[in-house]
Structures are given as C-alpha cells and as structure tokens.
Design a protein around this ligand. Sequence first.
Ligand code: PEP
Length: 255
Amino acid sequence: MRRTIFVGNWKMNMLISSSEKLVQELICASDFVGNFDIIVAPSFTSLSAVRTLLKGSRVQLAGQNMSSKAEGARTGEVSAAMLQDAGCDYVILGHSESRQYNSESDKLISKKVLLASEITLNVILCIGESFDEYNAVKTKEVLERQLLGCLEGVSEEKLINLSIAYEPIWAIGTGQTANPDQVQDVHYFLRSWCEKSYGKKMASGIRILYGGSVDSQCSSSLMLQPDIDGLLVGGASLKSKSFYDIINSSFETGD
Ligand code: PEP
C-alpha cells in the first residue's frame, strides 16, 4: 500500500517571516487524520526557522535542490548532509527549473540521487517533457531517457528512498493542468518501466506524483487515478488555504 504524499514547493518565494507565517497556518489547520504525508520545501534560508515550528507536527521538510558533491570547495552550494542536518527528510531533484536555469543534466542529477540515497535522504525525482516533445508524442521516450540518465549507477536497494514526480514542463506554472487520464497513462508507463528495470516489488512500492498547475478543482480527479500517488504543488502551496483545499479535495470520491 503506497502512502499518499503532498509536497509544497515554495520555490524562491517568501522571506523567513512569511515562511513562518505560512507554516504556522499549515500546522493550525493540520488536524486532519489520514494515511498521507505532507511535505514543504522552503528556501534554504528559511529551513531552520520552519524546522523549529514544525517540531511535533505531521508536516515534514524538504530541500529544493542540493549539490552534486558531498563536501568541499563548492561556494554557494548546499550538500545532502547539510540538508539532513537542517532537518530535511526529503530533497527535490531534477526540477525542470533547475534543469533549465542551472543547466542541470541527467548525469549531474544522477550524482545527486546517489549522494542523497547514501545518507537515506528521500529523493523526489522530477522528470517531464517540454511542450514541443508533448506535441511530437515523445513524452514516454523523453521520460525513459531521463530515468535512465538520472538513475544511472543507483543500485536497486538505494531506490527505496525514491519517489518520482512527473511534471510536464508545459503544465508548470501555466494554469494548464494535464488531463488526468493522460497522466494516469504516463504514470502507468513509469510504473511498468520500474517493473521492467527493477522488478515487481520496487514498482508496486514506488510513489509517483504528478505536478503542474494543480489546484483544488483538479486534485480529486487526479488522485482518483490508480497510479497517481500524490501531488507536487508549486504556486498553490504558497497559501495555506489553497494547499489545504488541494489536500482535502484529493480525498473526495466524486460520488
Ligand atoms: C512545481 O514547481 O513543481 C509546480 C508544479 O508548480 P505549479 O504547481 O505552480 O505549476
């Protein structure tokens, strides 16, 4: 049984004071019961303040990225161990914005996946196709290439801490959510790929999230799909109400 997961990616938004305000609101509203994980990914500079407020709550912490080196001469970078030391249980890797603006390649991302897995920091690995690739019906080809590249050299036992986030680039921050049936088809493909590559046990256990302009209008139809195990939310996670509305409506059955 896969545990449902909701991740709020705050990106480069909010100073420490507004991060604290948001997380306080989230904790106040987090009296709902259920078998699911809630994770927030603030900026590096807000991690410590948010961690303090999260103590004793069910909300967990993630870093938005990390270095491909374990330590040393990498001015301006943050290592996997530093994230863990700062209270992170998770790290988001391979986000399309990191790929686009920091020229991150699949090879570089694979080094990060390896480093995180060595210290059992849970990885949320983002993959997704561009609009042109989508229109050219190359989605599955692109995703397979990204998975092969990003997981190169990562042994099967290290994959226990891995989740995959399917994030079509054309859906991120555009208000254009992918069609739930199409997302299901892609997620089924990803799970089948995992089974082919790593076996049934790994494939049935791995959590596959969808991300891309998720709001409370579309969350339940996405979450009703059998292979969508959670949601990665950007813009709508910056307000406690919209994030909570997404989580609450995810459990509506549509009856
Ligand atoms: C994201 O940043 O991963 C994301 C899905 O953003 P948004 O929800 O704003 O599209």
